[in-house]
Design a protein around this ligand. Structure first.
Ligand SMILES: [Zn+2]
Length: 187
């Protein structure tokens, strides 16, 4: 039993380590698309269409039971329990299509494909969110690492972490769990 616990702990550390690695690849970041036309954010799990990129976002608050009802087990683990998917196993890390990435918890448009870059980490990586106001951050000292956690500003769901080794123009690398994103391709 102890051995299993150790293995889980060790693999968790490996995941975190991988996500924290400075990637030289980021310097050679390729913008996968050029200009994305601004799509309308119509998709939300609350069935309440959002206007395109509103400045003020209405908070989504739910009880544990309500979240469990609308999220898959994997989405719940990541969004509500600060989980992390294993590198190269989640959705979208290798997605090169043009479109918009929405929060699977509340439907808020979070990232555009034209800010996605190849980080080599195995997680979808972006150099900026659609709007600064759409994500919040907080210090995460778990496992003794000083990292900055990124959350969805609308539902406070855990998205991933942000590092300062990203490409121009921001120098930031938003390392996001693909399994809590919903991608919509641009027409
Ligand atoms: Zn959200």
């Amino acid at each position: 039993m102890k051995k299993i616990t150790f293995l889980i702990f060790a693999s968790t550390l490996m995941v975190i380590h991988a996500c924290s690695q400075n990637t030289k690849v980021a310097e050679k970041a390729i913008q996968e698309t050029e200009i994305a036309s601004a799509p309308v954010a119509t998709k939300t799990t609350d069935n309440q269409p959002l206007e395109a990129y509103p400045k003020q976002i209405e908070k989504v608050e739910k009880t544990v039971d309500e979240w469990r009802e609308i999220l898959t087990a994997e989405e719940y683990r990541i969004l509500r329990e600060e989980g992390t998917e294993r590198a190269f196993t989640g959705k979208y890390w290798d997605n090169k299509k043009k479109g918009t990435y929405y929060c699977s918890g509340c439907g808020l448009a979070l990232f555009e494909s034209n800010t996605k870059f190849k980080s080599g980490t195995g997680w979808p990586s972006f150099y900026q969110p659609i709007k600064e106001e759409y994500v919040t951050s907080k210090t995460d000292n778990k496992f003794g690492w000083n990292r900055t956690e990124v959350l969805c500003a609308r539902c406070d769901g855990h998205l991933g972490h942000v590092f300062d080794d990203g490409p121009a123009p921001t120098g930031l690398r938003y390392c996001i769990n693909g399994n809590i994103l919903t991608f919509e391709e641009n027409e």
